[in-house]
Design a protein around this ligand. Structure first.
Ligand code: SF4
Length: 655
């Protein structure tokens, strides 16, 4: 198997194959008899939110998590007493017939980790805080200082490794972007490289002690950072002859549709790359809601690996000269209208209506017609273009809205201002030259592009590239890289239709499909089709949600809220909703809502403001990483937070 592992990984530098889906084969590890990695299914897990000292509540919630689809359940152990209680929780679960492997979540407390490792099946340690305290200090190290620090970490960490070895306990080395140690931050910066090195230091200690029952995670709230860190980790491990399984997750993803989209963009991008052996989707909701989302993501790729992929895309020689999987940069494209070049990716909304007489029909696209004023109110999430197909509206469309018509219908339009043709490749070769004198959209599926004479296209062409392939990313990636190789700079709008997908599953699938391309800087717009979708406005919120999750186009406030756990000091769901109700009009502002002061400040990542529980009924408020007000009574904390935002000139009054 070792030889097979090595051959498997070599083809894509960080994945099995850049141009054909293939799951990366990793080392198989044993978590209390449940095997993970290797050829095993992608395992699903979640985490309890109860007080770990409340044995009955934790047992009951663990059972609910198992019944929601979890293969493993993680429980926080902030101190020795909670770690000891994990033994009781396990005993009670076994007595009730539940053999689910339990994982202790450890931050800062080696003694709790060492206790838990004797009692339950797996321990998660955070290398950012296992042996280091975080003070947000910039430290200067000489090479010998740094070596001395590594020796100190070795001394602190090796007892746990030895216990895990002795008891057959598995371990996750779980790096979080937000909680890198001051030492790592000072040396490598707040970067994917720093995240990888943080884990590698601990992995090397494990290997030095001949302990290999490990999995690794690189979580971040920023999906680009998270994706880049996992890829860099795989490449780095491979260079050192390692192949540990990966636990995937996006931290502090938030709740509702935003949380699901963000998770699907980050996790789905990596799954589409063939990476990932276990998943946790972190939502600020009851944890029972997490496993179905994780399972929906995993099942899609599980069925691919079982059926053997038939999609074979042409490979590109030396693809990394055109893009980097480890550092975001956007494909260079020419500007056509407001598409391509430096413009944010556009959103195309496909309108299917019985008739186009009533202007209210544009509401799901973000244009709300006000009859009394006879004008459109344009929302922050209004699409840039509407595809009307062969229908022609009998009302005047809003001024800035682009209208796309099928070519033959476009030809019949009396007034063509803001109206653009969509041409099939077969129509291009005999098209009216007038069509080429302004922006035009050219569309095709996978095979269609092979018949295109590319020299026909001029500087006004915008490509609408569709695929039905599963997964989509390998073919679309090769399409974009092929254009780069040939020096063709037409903007690309990715298009995909989901006709047979339920509303809930649509968001998860589309976020993974489009997110995996946009995260790599490929594409200038998205066009999601779903004729059977009941709530049509969901298409626009989904498209803008995907762009927000990839941080390519910000159209709303971003909430970085932790999923809560046994440390949480207030009702996170209720508080998040309350904060959202008064701040969700602050486009572009990132607000972190964190349940505890122990991990909260470290995990807030790049939030602009932080609302962190410090004690019962007490909140500490942050501007970035700086404390602004300590221990504010929770009754007034939101008002105080708004006051800070106002002081910064970032507040907008609602009308
Ligand atoms: S930040 Fe939230 S999830 Fe993380 S340890 Fe604190 S309460 Fe738990």
């Amino acid at each position: 198997m070792e030889k097979e592992l090595k051959n498997h990984i070599l083809q894509g530098e960080y994945c099995a194959n850049l141009f054909q889906y293939n799951r990366l084969l990793t080392r198989e590890i044993n978590i209390g008899g449940s095997l993970m990695g290797g050829y095993n299914p992608i395992r699903i897990q979640s985490m309890t939110t109860t007080d770990t000292m409340d044995t009955q509540a934790t047992v009951a919630q663990t059972i609910r998590l198992v019944e929601s689809g979890c293969d493993y359940v993680r429980i926080t152990a902030p101190s020795l007493k909670e770690a000891e209680n994990l033994g009781l929780i396990k005993k009670e679960l076994r007595a009730r017939g539940y053999n689910v492997p339990l994982i202790a979540d450890i931050h800062f407390t080696p003694n709790a980790a060492e206790m838990a490792a004797r009692l339950i099946e797996k321990v998660r340690v955070n290398p950012g805080n296992y042996a280091d305290k975080k003070k947000f200090e910039n430290l200067n190290y000489t090479a010998s200082d740094y070596a001395a620090e590594l020796e100190r970490i070795y001394q602190k960490f090796s007892p746990l490794v030895k216990i895990c070895k002795e008891y057959g306990t598995a371990m996750r080395i779980g790096t979080n972007h937000g909680s890198l140690s001051d030492r790592i931050m000072s040396h490598y910066g707040d970067t994917p490289r720093g995240m990888v090195e943080s884990a590698m230091e601990f992995i090397r200690i494990c290997e030095d002690l001949n302990f290999y029952n490990l999995c690794i995670s690189m979580k971040a709230s920023n999906t680009q950072v998270m994706v880049e860190a996992y890829r860099l980790l795989v490449k780095t491990m491979h260079n050192e002859g390692m192949n540990y399984p990966l636990h995937l997750g996006v931290t502090e993803a938030g709740d509702g549709e935003d949380g699901r989209i963000k998770s699907a963009v980050g996790i789905g991008t990596l799954l589409a790359d063939g990476l990932g052996d276990t998943i946790r989707v972190s939502l600020t909701e009851d944890p029972e809601f997490e496993a179905p989302v994780a399972k929906a993501l995993a099942d899609r790729y599980e069925s691919l690996s079982q059926n053997k992929i038939k999609t074979v895309a042409p490979s590109i020689s030396n693809p990394f000269q055109y893009y980097s999987p480890y550092q975001f940069s956007r494909r260079v494209s020419q500007e056509v209208l407001n598409i391509g070049s430096k413009h944010v990716p556009v959103v195309v909304y496909p309108l299917h209506a019985d008739s186009l007489v009533d202007p209210h029909v544009l509401a799901p696209a973000g244009y709300n017609y006000q009859s009394l004023l006879d004008k459109f109110n344009i929302s922050d999430m209004a699409c840039d273009y509407i595809y009307f197909g062969d229908q022609i509206p009998s009302f005047n469309c809003p001024g800035g809205l682009g209208q796309i018509y099928n070519y033959n219908t476009w030809k019949r339009l009396a007034v063509k201002k803001q109206c653009f043709p969509l041409m099939q490749i077969s129509e291009l070769h005999s098209a009216d030259p007038a069509a080429f004198a302004q922006a035009y959209f050219v569309t095709g599926n996978e095979g269609d592009w092979e018949s295109l004479d590319w020299s026909i296209l001029n500087e006004f062409a915008i490509l609408v590239v569709s695929t039905t392939y599963e997964p989509n990313v390998q073919w679309q990636r090769s399409f974009a890289l092929n254009l780069m190789q040939q020096g063709i700079n037409c903007p690309i709008i990715w298009q995909r239709s989901y006709e047979d997908v339920e509303d809930e599953a649509l968001g998860i699938k589309a976020a993974a499909d489009f997110g995996s391309l946009l995260t790599d800087g490929l594409g200038d717009g998205i066009w999601i089709g779903a004729d059977n979708l009941k709530a049509k406005s969901k298409l626009t919120s989904l498209a803008f949600g995907i762009l927000q999750a990839t941080r390519l186009r910000i159209s709303k406030t971003e909430y970085i809220s932790c999923p809560s756990c046994g440390r949480t000091l207030f009702d996170l769901q209720e508080t998040t909703q309350y904060i959202r109700s008064r701040t969700d009009h602050l486009k572009g502002i990132k607000i972190a809502i964190m349940g505890c002061i122990v991990n909260g400040p470290g995990e807030m990542a790049d939030a602009d403001y932080g609302y962190v529980g410090t004690g019962p009924g007490k909140i500490t408020l942050y501007r970035g990483k700086t404390v602004v007000k300590k221990n504010v009574d929770s009754t007034f904390a939101l008002d105080e937070l708004i006051h800070i935002i106002q002081e910064d000139g970032n507040w907008i009054e609602t009308t």
